[in-house]
Design a protein around this ligand. Sequence first.
Ligand code: ZN
Length: 214
Amino acid sequence: MAQQPVFDQDGDQRVDEEFIDDVTDAEERETAHRERGTSRPITVVGNPVLHKECKDVTAFDDELGRLIDDMFASQRTAEGVGLAANQIGVDLKVFVYDCLDDEGVRHVGAVCNPVLDELPAERRILDDSNEGCLSVPGAYAELPRPDYAVVRGQDAKGETVAIRGTGYFARCLQHETDHLYGYLYIDRLSKRERKDALKQMAEREPRYPVVAND
Ligand SMILES: [Zn+2]
């Protein structure tokens, strides 16, 4: 896979072999996935599958490929920029994304068994933009998160990958990784903000199919 130009800390452009290229042919790749896939309804807060750590992906086979296709289809139906497998009820550590970074560049990909890098203190610049989640439909809340993130894991074939995100894409990588460990963004809010988010959700009809909770 081709390498993408990145910028080092001095702002000089260089080729960095460590990070995957999830930018080239983003539109074509996203379209191919979702056209092969079938959209599935989205699980919402309260569904047990969202509130526990998912299982590691160990089989990098056709079934995983079909799951990823279905996730892209579901993400598009729900107009999301990221989707974790447990958001369509599947207990596996994989997420997909289709998200713009802080320079408006579109990133498309899938990551299995993601782990976030711990950021050194000087890279922890918090951004307190609004955040929302397809599993908390209709709700938004400000949530400070680092504006830079690196996720390491495996691709659909089991190859080791590292992905770097800035701006909203950094937020997305953190949000989706959280999902696979059983955390929603509202779990990171204060009690009062969490209550407010759930109230926003109760007051609005989801704009896409969801799985009703028992
Ligand atoms: Zn979410």
